[in-house]
Design a binder for this molecule. Structure first.
Ligand code: PAF
Length: 284
């Protein structure tokens, strides 16, 4: 019954080789499980675009800089499989750590520039962990297309750069952020918010969108960002780690809206770290 659970690289490669012999295209949706509507939207898109779809479920120890965060990460394989069933992906690849990082594993993939600043400043080593595991998953699955959410915008750019730089023949497809009714970006972390903080959390996207609109209408980005930071602090976000305007493609810092940009934020509410971002587009 779909999705078939595959736990070994050998079995995965056999399945993929059979598909490729028949000329079928392969899509991959890398996840760490605890699936929500955001992940499911990626799987739907992959199923639409590709003949065969692999969803990967691997809680990657190398991208957690806090051991407690790794231990607390929800592991919900059975529920995840149930959620995937109606969507029809072919394989749920659930490797154990030894399948991804075998004895003696000593390689790190480190992507410069786009991984600097923003989350990179506050989660040392995180993007090395992401780039390393995603490179492995691209090579293990031999996927033609890979689907990532724009919610983790910096991660998306890191993965794109890594695939380009290493000549991995995969098309990285960025998919729109899926939001709750009040605008909060869907994330596995949202379930850790207290009911009170959950109500406040919507201020994050509201503030981001208001600042983006005001910059698009000609306001000075530095002023608009200062106002937005203050609004977040007043609502109870502490600390606001970053709120920055960056180039949409290269994530270079911007002080003027002279090309397509992204406004990105990382901020804590209670003991939960939330991130979000929105496009900021010059009007002419
Ligand atoms: O976005 C995630 O869930 C993870 O960072 C990813 C891409 C699956 C790599 O472990």
């Amino acid at each position: 019954m779909k999705p078939e659970i595959v736990r070994t690289l050998r079995a995965l490669r056999e399945a993929v080789a059979g598909w490729k012999r028949r000329g079928e295209s392969v899509g991959v949706v890398p996840t760490m499980g605890a699936l929500h509507e955001g992940h499911l939207s990626l799987v739907r898109r992959a199923v639409e675009d590709c003949d065969r779809v692999i969803v990967t479920l691997f809680v990657n120890p190398k991208q957690f800089n806090d051991k407690k965060d790794l231990e607390a990460y929800p592991r919900t394989e059975e529920e995840d499989r149930e959620l995937l069933r109606p969507l029809g992906p072919d394989i749920l690849y659930v490797p154990d750590a030894g399948e991804v990082y075998p004895e003696g594993f000593a390689t790190t993939v480190s992507v410069g520039r786009v991984s600097e600043g923003l989350c990179g400043d506050f989660r040392p080593g995180h993007f090395d962990g992401v780039a390393t595991v995603v490179a492995k998953l691209f090579l293990q699955t031999a996927a033609d297309k890979a689907f990532f959410g724009e919610k983790d915008y910096q991660q998306l750019q890191v993965v794109r750069r890594m695939a380009r730089d290493l000549d991995i023949p995969v098309e990285v497809v960025g998919c729109p952020t899926i939001r709750e009714e009040d605008g909060l970006a869907m994330s596995s972390r949202n379930r850790r918010l207290s009911p009170e903080d959950r109500a406040t959390a919507a201020v994050l996207p509201q503030t981001l969108m208001a600042a983006a609109e005001s910059i698009e209408s000609g306001a000075d980005p530095t002023g608009a960002i200062g106002t937005a930071r203050q609004r977040l602090r007043d609502a109870g976000f502490e600390p606001v780690e970053y709120l920055e305007l960056r180039g949409a493609d290269d994530l270079a810092p911007m002080t003027q809206l002279d090309r397509p940009a992204r406004l990105l934020v990382g901020a804590w509410l209670g003991n939960v770290r939330l991130i979000d971002n929105v496009p900021v587009t010059p009007l002419n």
